[in-house]
Design a protein around this ligand. Structure first.
Ligand code: DIG
Ligand code: MN
Ligand code: MN
Length: 386
């Protein structure tokens, strides 16, 4: 049994803003001193992470001069080289600056929408310079607090105009970069546009270049919407649109808690890990989460180590599930009831055969599916007795 020790090949990443979270919340001041990006990279490398992600302003202050920006980037690239850490994903902070208080891409003020494009193009340049292959759009301010503010069709149109413009920018720059939209139902806005994986997937197919754009689903955001995260991720995988993923934990019906991965719904986390591993998905396992506000810096590194360790423990549980003879026996019984008879594609002859086919409905109605047994065995693996 592995000691659940993470290695770079596990593709665990953390945003600079996650372990760098200083514990400010709407009701309290910061509790931790900021941790410099260089120290974050060095500490995460020691813990076995693969890389870090960043918003533009996590590394380069909004008011940095071009010369200061270049110095900061140069020094950061040196730390990356020294540690072997990568920057697989980058994104823009289009939610902190008060200028974006009515949104960035979907603000009613056209000047704000234009400034958001300017900021994002510069941030894309930074991300590409650091080696990012994926660029995330989390529209935290893209939404409304009152529906009187804007027609939702205008919001979606402006959102599409922005993503189309930025896709054209990436193509003109010949960057090797894909976009990933991150849904969230609410917070900080009362209602956010593109609130779920379904809304975002539908939006992607209205774009000029849908092949460039996928999703970055986040566990906590789907949980806030009362949804089963692994189902949405499964649909994104089915569509070939799971470009990135934000892992954390969340209690239903709460504000966005961004808790340590696996620390709440263990069964949900297990089936998410099972989906990713069974699909042989090679993307980044990104933890978009942070330590409790109660923690000091050591608690932050405990949080980071625990996030990766829990993923590896659940990965081992998945292997146990997939090797468990009794579980696989039950699953084979189900497969034997389904796979052989899955209907062929429509044909007139096939349809007539189906119309003529007799069904033993009484027997079908009387046959159960043994899911109680299957779920009990699953729980016993998670509870450590199988
Ligand atoms: C919040 O869930 C958002 C921001 O942290 C960031 O823009 C994005 C990338 O993970 N997730
Ligand atoms: Mn979140
Ligand atoms: Mn996120």
């Amino acid at each position: 049994m592995s000691a659940y020790v993470p290695h770079p090949e596990d593709h665990f990443t953390f945003g600079l803003w996650t372990v760098g979270n200083i514990g400010r919340d709407p009701f309290g001041d910061p509790v931790r001193a900021p941790i410099a990006p260089a120290r974050i990279v060095q500490q995460l490398a020691k813990l076995g992470a693969y890389g870090v992600n960043l918003h533009d302003n996590d590394l380069v202050p909004r008011d940095a001069t071009p010369a200061e920006r270049d110095r900061i980037v140069r020094d950061f690239k040196q730390v990356l080289a020294d540690t072997g850490m990568k920057v697989p994903m980058a994104t823009t902070n289009l939610f902190g600056d008060p200028v974006f208080r009515d949104g960035a891409f979907t603000s009613n003020d056209a000047r704000v929408r234009a400034y958001a494009l300017k900021r994002t193009m510069s941030a894309i340049d930074l991300g590409v310079e650091l080696g990012a292959a994926t660029y995330v759009f989390w529209g935290g301010r893209e939404g409304t607090d009152t529906s009187a503010a804007k027609d939702p069709r205008d919001g979606i149109k402006w959102y599409r105009d922005a993503i189309n413009y930025l896709c054209d920018y990436v193509r003109a720059q010949q960057y090797d970069l894909r976009f990933a939209i991150e849904p969230k139902p609410n917070e900080p806005r009362g209602d956010i546009f593109l609130p779920t994986i379904g809304h975002a997937l539908a939006f992607v197919y209205t774009l000029d270049h849908p092949e460039m754009v996928g999703l970055n689903p986040e566990l906590a955001h789907d949980t806030m919407a009362g949804l089963e995260f692994s189902h949405g991720v499964g649909q994104a995988l089915d569509a070939g649109k799971l470009f990135h993923i934000d892992l954390n934990a969340q209690k239903p019906g709460r504000f966005d808690q961004d808790l340590r991965f696996g620390s709440e719904d263990v069964k949900g986390a297990f089936f998410l890990v099972k989906l990713l591993e069974d699909a042989r998905w090679t993307g980044m396992r990104h933890f978009d989460s942070h330590a409790y506000r109660t923690e000091d810096e050591q608690g932050v590194w405990d949080f980071a180590a625990g996030s990766m360790r829990t993923y590896l423990i659940l990965e081992d549980k998945v292997a146990r599930f997939n090797a468990d003879a009794e579980i696989q026996g039950l699953l084979n019984d189900l497969r034997s009831r389904g796979g052989a008879d899955s209907p062929e594609r429509f044909s007139a002859e096939g349809a007539q055969t189906l119309k003529d086919r007799a069904f033993d409905l009484d027997a079908m109605r009387a046959t159960g599916y043994a899911y109680e047994k299957l779920d009990q065995l699953t729980m016993e693996i998670l509870l450590g007795v199988r």
